[in-house]
Design a binder for this molecule. Structure first.
Ligand SMILES: Cc1cc2nc3c(=O)[nH]c(=O)nc-3n(C[C@H](O)[C@H](O)[C@H](O)COP(=O)(O)OP(=O)(O)OC[C@H]3O[C@@H](n4cnc5c(N)ncnc54)[C@H](O)[C@@H]3O)c2cc1C
Length: 591
């Protein structure tokens, strides 16, 4: 049985030593003192460890089952969901007007990490509901908000997002699901959606589907897409449930991982739907919540790697194989533990330095979302918009890479289901695909976000890195190990940006390098996070912090990232500089 312990100290370190949340001039942040966030994170960690984690393997092995149109979630899921609801964990950052607790998004994010690490498939029921809540909250009418949001905040009703159809996932302009006006303000929705997470299950009284569809006679392509609320059960004016709507689950998909989450084919047969926002502006409504949804998926990436890493460390300390080349460490045993070997260390350090950097990057992203929303800060909004594809694409690619790296520590046992390591790899894999496949994130970054507002936000990011380096130049402890590598990596990133500008008229050159650029930018962001974390750890030590081992470990882990991971930027730059010729050299027939 795999283990999981919530890394509460590391979470607190990012919130307080790095982001200094309680000192920020953002509404609601004044309450985020160490004691408060510590209590929330400890309790979230307890639930994650004691309630959700034991159900992770159960969900994987049992999966969801459909019988006579009814989808049954794995044993124990329903009871755990009740506990999440009763504890208010589904309502943390939601508006108090609808029963939420109104806490900052960064606090919600910090509490989410242990839940996702412990049981990603389970947490998606709530995650999807939160996404649907955000879309209705931002674009719904007052009447819709009053009708649906309180029960969605409490998760008595859950939510879904219905975009994908059999013939289109990325190119949603091809969508066929149609909406025909009923004449009373509602619409008849007909069509088929596939791969709908949490589309049908037995944990809520009602399911509020958010569905993209085309109103007949509207513009062609993506410009003709509108967003609709389609409840499973109609909701009467007094809030009670009415007749069953014309939506049904056709089947649940057999899939590689996240077996505990029901992935459904949803058939809409003249189901009654209610327009959210304006006609033909459905994609805009969806995009409003994209930053949050994609940050949530980026979190899934590193949270799975965190869980896998914890198990790999335990195994490396336990498994006896070979002897330490510098001298025997376990003279009473037949061999030394795996952890003595440099190649195992390299692997574990890769995982550890990624996960801790990724946590800082994700929480920083959540803090930017709070700053953008609560302070109407356009610069923070621009910056998080730029960072969103990087958080989603880079952290999920690396999350999967390191989940499999953790599996590698187990040798053959990592491949055997009994040890639980394959589940981490299988579950982490989907995060690279849904919510916009990672190749599309890279396209978004290079094709749209770099040039957004005249390139203002990427310039602001470069300035941020430059300013940090300049302000700390006199800090000898930081200079060689942190500032110099960061400077070199940032120069690589700027050179790649310059290459794209110079090749603006040759799209194949830019788009052949977009994936490398996304990874490069991810490395520079984690490099910046590590330089800042090292500085914070050094200050804590200078300030007489009692837990010297914790802070020294942080600095040493950061040094590793800067020395062994960050130089990847130069390889990515070399690739980008070769342009698209080698990528596009073959005729399609020659593949
Ligand atoms: C388990 C699971 C859960 C899901 N949950 C949901 C959900 O709740 N709601 C929902 O609506 N959908 C959901 N999806 C669907 C998911 O979002 C899509 O599968 C995804 O967006 C990709 O779409 P597609 O599968 O149609 O692939 P395609 O769009 O056919 O793309 C195939 C590949 O081509 C690449 N590609 C496509 N266009 C381009 C281009 N222009 N340039 C370069 N590369 C390109 C893509 O990156 C991808 O790698 C889920 C999928 C799975 C497997």
């Amino acid at each position: 049985m795999p283990i999981y312990n919530a890394p509460t100290k590391d979470i607190q370190f990012v919130l307080h030593d790095l982001l200094k949340v309680s000192e920020q001039d953002i509404e609601g942040f004044e309450d985020l003192d160490r004691d408060f966030t510590g209590a929330v994170v400890e309790e979230a960690g307890r639930i994650a460890t004691e309630v959700l984690h034991p159900l992770n393997v159960v969900g994987d092995t049992e999966g969801c089952v459909m019988e006579n149109g009814v989808v049954r979630t794995p044993t124990g899921f329903k009871e755990a969901f009740e506990q999440m609801k009763e504890g208010g964990w589904t309502a943390m950052d939601c508006d108090p007007d609808y029963g939420g607790q109104g806490l900052p998004y960064v606090m919600h994010t910090a509490a989410q990490e242990p839940f996702v690490s412990a049981n990603m498939a389970f947490n998606m029921y709530q995650g999807l509901t939160h996404g649907a809540y955000s879309a209705i909250y931002a674009h719904g009418s007052d009447e819709q908000k009053q009708k649906y949001l309180p029960k969605m905040v409490s998760c008595e009703w859950t939510g879904t997002m219905n975009l994908t159809e059999p013939h289109c996932g990325t190119d949603l302009g091809l969508m066929r699901t149609k909406a025909v006006p009923n004449g009373d303000g509602s619409y008849k929705i007909s069509g088929q959606k596939i791969f709908i997470s949490a589309g049908e299950h037995d944990m809520a009284d009602n399911i509020i589907h958010l569905v993209l569809a085309k109103i007949q006679g509207g513009p062609e392509g993506i410009k003709g897409v509108s967003l609709f609320i389609v409840p499973k059960f109609m909701v009467n004016d007094d809030g009670s449930l009415g007749a069953r709507n014309g939506v049904a689950c056709g089947k649940i998909e057999e899939k590689m991982g996240i077996h505990g989450n029901s992935t459904c084919v949803m058939n809409y047969d003249e189901a009654t739907g209610f327009l959210v926002g304006e006609e033909h502006k459905g994609m805009r409504a969806m995009f409003t919540m994209m930053n949050e949804a994609r940050l949530g998926v980026g979190l899934q990436g590193y949270a799975q790697a965190e869980s896998a890493y914890q198990n790999a460390v335990a195994y490396a300390n336990d498994r006896l194989q070979g002897r330490d080349v510098t001298g025997v460490k376990n003279p009473d045993g037949p061999a030394d533990p795996l952890i003595v070997h440099p190649d195992i260390r390299r692997n574990l350090m890769d995982q550890k330095s990624f996960v801790e950097g990724a946590r800082a990057f994700t929480f920083w992203g959540a803090y930017l979302i709070d700053r953008a929303h609560k302070n109407q800060d356009a610069d923070a909004d621009g910056l998080i918009s730029l960072m969103t594809p990087v958080i989603k694409g880079f952290l999920t690619d690396k999350g999967f890479e390191y989940a499999t790296a953790a599996q590698q520590v187990y040798g053959g046992h990592g491949y055997i289901e009994e040890w639980g390591m394959s589940q981490y790899a299988r579950d982490a894999r989907i995060a690279m695909i849904y919510e916009g496949a990672n190749g599309i994130q890279a396209l978004d970054l290079v094709g749209r976000k770099l040039a957004q507002d005249g390139g203002k936000h990427v310039m602001a990011f470069f300035d941020m890195v430059k300013t940090f380096i300049k302000e700390n130049e006199g800090n000898e402890a930081l200079k060689k190990d942190f500032l110099e590598p960061l400077k070199a990596a940032s120069k690589d990133l700027q050179a790649a940006g310059m290459y794209f500008m110079q090749n603006a008229t040759k799209p194949n050159n830019a788009l052949s390098g977009s994936y490398d650029f996304m990874h490069m930018m991810g490395h520079v962001c984690l490099g910046l996070m590590w330089a800042r974390m090292a500085k914070a750890a050094m200050e804590a030590l200078e300030g007489g912090a009692s837990d010297t081992e914790f802070y020294e470990t942080k600095i040493a882990t950061g040094r590793y990232y800067m020395a062994r991971q960050l130089p990847a930027t130069s390889m990515h730059l070399s690739r980008i500089n070769t342009g698209g010729d080698t990528v596009m050299a073959l005729e399609a027939a020659n593949f």
